[in-house]
Design a binder for this molecule. Structure first.
Ligand code: NAD
Length: 281
């Protein structure tokens, strides 16, 4: 039976540490502030934004939400980003995805000042991650590295396989693992013989978005399995990409869903806001 990598508890510890840092900042009159932009009416996004707001409250970060209608134009969105970029009280800016498809999310990410880009999606920060320079690492891969470190799971020299190549999870995950000296393979929907590749993974990260996609026969005995997926099963319950019940018997450790990667993502966002605040002061 695998060790369950407790993201909820690890995230709580991260927030606890940040709380102390924020108290120190506040003593010198500096109050970290995060602005979140949401465009349209996506139900999952609302839950994610609520979780981020709750975490801000706990850590002592001020939170402001900018809700834009579905009909918002690119000009209006960029106008708001400019305003927030120029507002000295704002330390971090996050644009919640998805946004309506008529808007160009990449252009919006480019517009967020790299100094306030706490999600790490501005190409300047993505480039710095590739070059292994100091940057804002995007929160989900950063949270995964943090939980591996918390459980003293070695990364260097390991075979790591990432399934999924999205800009927000798969690609930065590849880079984070590479920066920690893993040998990394990235797989996607066009990958042939996926199982042969995943079977070789010492560390297997799944970020696809399909329930029970990763089955026991795809996993090497003793592998560390990280489940990024947030899906709904046929009963409407939240589940990951991994068939947890069977894979946990073969893995050495595994993240649950919920309570694994999700809380870590939010905690690392808090970390990035505090870091941005310090850098700006
Ligand atoms: P995405 O839809 O942008 O990308 C999915 C990726 O999976 C693509 O690169 C695609 O090539 C790959 N893929 C799809 N089918 C495949 C197949 N049959 N074989 C191999 N690869 C396949 O998704 P995303 O935004 O990266 O999110 C992935 C999942 O992670 C979703 O469930 C999402 O909700 C979740 N997510 C969780 C967190 C968190 O904090 N836990 C954060 C972001 C995303």
């Amino acid at each position: 039976m695998a060790i369950i990598l407790d993201g909820k508890e690890t995230a709580r510890k991260v927030r606890e540490g940040l709380k102390t840092e924020v108290l120190e900042l506040r003593k010198s009159g500096i109050v970290p502030r995060l602005a979140v932009i949401m465009v349209g009416d996506d139900n999952a996004s609302k839950i994610y934004v609520r979780n981020k707001s709750k975490a801000c409250d706990e850590v002592g970060i001020e939170f402001e939400e900018h809700l834009l209608s579905e009909k918002t134009t690119m000009k209006e969105l960029l106008g708001l980003i400019d305003e927030l970029n120029n507002d000295k009280k704002i330390n971090g800016i996050l644009l919640q995805s998805p946004i309506p498809s008529n808007l160009d999310i990449n252009e919006a990410f480019r517009r967020i000042s790299p100094e306030k880009d706490v999600d790490g999606f501005n190409p300047v920060n993505v480039g710095k991650l590739v070059l292994a320079q100091n940057t804002f690492i995007s929160c989900t891969p950063f949270g995964i590295i943090k939980i591996l470190e918390e459980y003293n799971i070695p990364i260097e020299g390991k075979n790591a396989v990432v399934i999924g190549r999205s800009n927000i999870v798969g690609k930065p995950m590849l880079q984070c693992l590479l920066n920690k000296n893993a040998t990394v393979t990235i797989c996607h929907s066009k990958t042939k013989n996926l199982k042969e590749i995943t079977k070789k993974a010492d560390i297997l990260v799944s970020a696809i978005g399909r329930p029970k996609f990763v089955t026991k026969d795809m996993v090497k005995e003793g592998a560390v399995v990280i489940d990024v997926g947030i899906n709904r099963n046929s009963e409407g319950k939240v589940c990951g990409d991994v068939d947890f019940e069977t894979v946990k018997d073969i893995a050495s450790s595994i993240t649950p869903v919920p309570g694994g990667v999700g809380p870590m993502t939010v905690a690392m966002l808090m970390n990035n806001v505090v870091k941005a605040t310090k850098q700006q002061n």
